[in-house]
Design a protein around this ligand. Structure first.
Ligand SMILES: Cc1cc2nc3c(=O)[nH]c(=O)nc-3n(C[C@H](O)[C@H](O)[C@H](O)COP(=O)(O)O)c2cc1C
Length: 231
């Protein structure tokens, strides 16, 4: 079968892409409206970008009528967000927060998601997530325009909260305890319970893997990276 994406409707292209590009990790993104209402929504167009400087991206697309999603509006207003990672136990709650609520209505409140304060940014994080990255917006890159067009949000990772009970004896995140989920096509998801290892062919050149382990937290007064255009 040959697929000519130039001849497809955007929705059809979307269906092929999301069923082929799997599994996708899920960023559960919290933001604050200018009047301080917390917003929470999942995004599976999500990836790490680089560790130098620590950066991630996620992609709020425009709605089917071409409007910006609340998450994007809030980040444009104040340049801050938190990416919490949902576990299998949080899957239904995460899915509920994808509901399109009127702007300013909090998914934390509507769906009973417990929030915890962040350290370096104002939006709260999801209290029970195993990992939560506090970020400031580095750049927003639009791709396309109108319905379903993308807004690639690059975030500088300032700090992270990692729940102690998802750490293994070696101090690194134990994937079995994290129990992360991934999005497949349509409304299906996958768990991360099956794993296999492959030795890197160039390991001799790379040296031994870095020992994992806890990293000392920087002093609370350490300056955060200001977001361009942040209020
Ligand atoms: C698992 C999952 C992944 C999603 N991934 C995306 C995505 O990558 N980009 C996007 O624009 N919407 C995505 N959505 C839909 C948004 O979560 C949904 O439009 C939400 O209402 C946006 O909220 P907001 O308007 O508060 O920002 C996803 C939904 C689910 C359930």
């Amino acid at each position: 079968m040959f697929l000519d994406f130039a001849a497809m409707e955007p929705r059809q292209a979307y269906q092929w892409m999301v069923s082929a590009i799997v599994p996708r990790p899920i960023a559960w993104v919290s933001t604050l409206s200018p009047d301080g209402r917390a917003n929470l929504a999942p995004f599976s167009f999500f990836q790490g970008v680089t560790c130098n400087p620590p950066t991630l991206l996620f992609i709020p697309a425009n709605t089917r009528d071409g409007r910006k999603k609340d998450t994007l509006r809030n980040i444009e207003a104040n340049g801050e967000f938190v990416v919490s990672l949902p576990s299998f136990a949080q899957a239904e709650q995460m899915n509920a927060t994808a509901a399109l609520l009127p702007y300013g209505e909090s998914e934390f409140e509507a769906f009973g998601v417990a929030a915890a304060p962040s350290q370096r940014v104002k939006p709260p994080r999801v209290a029970e997530s195993g990992v939560a990255f506090e970020c400031t917006c580095l750049q927003i890159v639009p791709v396309g325009e109108g319905p379903f067009a993308a807004n690639v949000v690059f975030g500088r990772i300032l700090c992270a909260h990692v729940r102690d009970d998802i750490l293994g004896a070696d101090g690194a995140i134990d994937p079995a305890r994290q129990d992360a989920i991934g999005r497949m096509g349509g409304e299906s998801y996958t768990r991360t319970r099956e794993r296999f290892a492959l030795a890197r062919p160039d390991r001799a050149n790379l040296g031994p893997p870095l020992p994992p382990g806890p990293v000392a937290p920087p002093p609370a007064s350490a300056p955060s990276v200001p977001a361009p255009g942040a209020a």
